[in-house]
Write a protein that binds this ligand. Structure first.
Ligand SMILES: [Zn+2]
Ligand SMILES: [Zn+2]
Length: 131
């Protein structure tokens, strides 16, 4: 055998090992989900979609009082006619985003501002502590 046969074999073995690892990971993940279901453990919540507005800016760019977006957007400054009689922009400048209100995925109100509730540890009655 020559050296390139060894290299080809090594690449093939590596690819098969990667494929096998992926299959085993998927099977174990599925088994884990079935076990959680049998034990009555609720599934983890679906990850929320990113709060991206229709203007392609994040929710954080939008003023909470006025709703206006503080991001920037390209604005066409030069146009030219294409062969079909349509105006096509050929030059842009940066301008304030024209978005007036966030329209992206709904976010839970004040979820980021509200701290989680503190656990309440009441001492058992009659227990006055050490001493
Ligand atoms: Zn927006
Ligand atoms: Zn925007």
């Amino acid at each position: 055998m020559t050296w390139y046969v060894f290299i080809t074999l090594a690449i093939f073995v590596f690819a098969v090992a990667q494929w096998l690892r992926k299959q085993i990971d998927a099977a174990l993940g599925h088994r884990r989900l079935i076990k959680r279901h049998r034990l009555g453990i609720p599934l983890p919540p679906e990850p929320r979609p990113d709060p991206i507005c229709g203007c392609l800016h994040h929710l954080a760019f939008h003023d909470p009082r006025t709703g206006r977006c503080n991001g920037t957007a390209p604005e066409a400054t030069k146009w030219k006619d294409d062969p079909y009689g349509q105006k096509v922009p050929i030059a842009w400048k940066t301008a304030p985003c024209p978005c007036l209100r966030y329209v992206g995925p709904e976010q839970p109100a004040d979820a980021a501002d509200t701290p989680p509730p503190m656990p309440v540890d009441d001492p058992p009655p009659g227990d006055s502590g050490p001493g």
